[in-house]
Design a protein around this ligand. Structure first.
Ligand code: APR
Ligand code: PHB
Length: 400
């Protein structure tokens, strides 16, 4: 790893980026490849960003975007390429041939924090400015042509002057809340369940991801490597972790993933355990003056479709094209169209994630709703047309 000494943060740049998650870092690196300067301001430490367990499934287009950014080598070496996923219900498996139904497109299983590690290393190697542990970040003059970002670092108050600000600071960041509430339309939908997720040191019990619909609730078998499994089960919203001791988690996973032919889920040491709320959230517009929101700062999807990271990458792709057109040709049409362009995809991805969530989780809708769910799963996995529609959304809708 290249340990260049931290530079004194610049006081002027072209694009000021708040947040060193996948959105902020990918944006900074793609801008660099376009010859556009940026500075990333991140509240947490480098170590925190590089170790935070989050998502791990990359769409076909996202994997190619990382390749294009020159940060795909380790993903290609260590990531797991999958050509299908499995739906398990009624004790039987139904495989969706993703590649066969989408002209060869695939998904890649590669952890989000590994992508963050690769991007930080690439920024460092390129001499990119990332200020970790930046405190009290605040945005100013967003309505003019010279926005500034104020923050504290190294115990000193600092100010960064820039042409544009990219709010890539996630759902709990300050960027979205820097926009006057009456300038935003907020769409917010909560689901009556949550996910309990574990990371376990046990080889995945399946080559491909298994989405299980069971009378006890949803379960998902995923993985990180050939030695590390990632599993989730539906639990009550607000469930407490200490009510889910490891043995109970494994018992419930075994029960929901059971198959009458003796297929077995082996357990192992649980390395990490957490509960995630399920929510669909969108703000419109994703731009306010010189501030452009990207990723979780603008939208949250329930994790059932594995879309959060991919949607962040899709936003960044549109923003880089718009900023490049501005700096190279002084065009403002793509900047002006940024929000609408992103939101078209955001809503399609919201629909898919909501649909997958509704089809696979027990929501207390009663016996009729249960039968509809089973019929939907039976139709989707039995009809080539319906499987193709699912596969197209799962591997990632083509970029406009
Ligand atoms: N100042 C500076 N940095 C901040 C602030 C702040 N006030 N608030 C948050 N941040 C940082 C966080 O510490 C985090 O590193 O912004 C970063 C936001 O990163 P993410 O939450 O990962 O958001 P994003 O880059 O949009 O990636 C979206 O992350 O959460 C997953 O499922 C989600 O996969 C999706 C992806
Ligand atoms: C994961 O591996 O973390 C994962 C996979 C598929 C999903 C959600 C999460 O739908």
């Amino acid at each position: 790893m290249n340990a260049r000494p931290p530079m004194t943060p610049p006081t002027r740049t072209q694009v000021g980026i708040v947040g060193a998650g996948p959105a902020g870092l990918l944006l900074s690196h793609l801008l660099y490849l376009e010859g556009i300067e940026s500075v990333v301001l991140e509240a947490r430490t480098r170590e925190y960003c590089e170790t935070r367990v989050r998502a791990g499934v990359l769409e076909h287009g996202t994997a190619r975007l990382l390749d294009a950014a020159g940060v795909g080598a380790r993903m290609r070496r260590e990531g797991l390429v999958h050509h299908g996923i499995v739906f398990r219900f009624g004790g039987r498996d139904h495989r969706i041939d993703l590649s066969g139904l989408t002209g060869g497109r695939t998904i890649t299983v590669y952890a989000q924090h590994e992508i963050v590690k690769d991007l930080i290393a690439a920024r460092r190697d390129a001499g990119g400015a990332i200020v970790f542990e930046a405190e009290n970040v605040s945005l100013h003059h967003l309505d003019g042509s010279a926005p500034t970002i104020r923050y504290r670092a190294g115990g000193e108050a600092r100010e960064l002057a820039c042409d544009f600000v990219a709010g890539c600071d996630g759902f709990h960041g300050i960027s979205r809340s820097s926009i006057p509430p009456d300038a935003l339309t907020v769409y917010d939908h909560h689901y009556p369940f949550a996910w309990l997720g574990i990371l376990a040191r046990v080889p995945p019990a399946s080559e491909e991801l298994i989405y299980a619909r069971h009378d006890h609730g949803f379960a998902l078998l995923s993985m990180r490597t050939r030695e590390i499994s990632r599993l989730y089960l539906q639990c009550d919203p607000g469930a407490e972790l200490d009510r889910w001791p490891d043995h109970l988690v494994w018992d419930e996973l075994r029960c929901r993933l059971e198959r009458p032919d003796g297929w077995a889920l082996r357990d192992g040491p649980i390395l990490q355990k957490g509960i995630t709320d399920m929510r669909s959230f969108v703000v419109d517009p994703m731009r306010h003056g010189r501030l452009f929101l990207a990723g979780d700062a603008a939208h949250i999807v329930p994790p059932t479709g594995a879309k959060g990271l991919n949607l962040a990458a899709a936003d960044v792709r549109v923003l880089v094209q718009a900023l490049a057109a501005f700096y190279k040709e002084r065009r403002t049409d793509l900047l002006d169209g940024y929000s609408d362009t992103c939101l078209r995809r955001v809503w399609k991805v919201q629909r898919f994630s909501w649909w997958m969530t509704s089809m696979l989780h027990r929501g207390g809708g009663g016996a009729f709703a249960d039968q509809i769910q089973l019929a939907e799963l039976d139709y989707v996995t039995g009809s080539r047309a319906a499987s193709a529609a699912l596969a197209e959304n799962y591997v990632g809708l083509p970029f406009d």
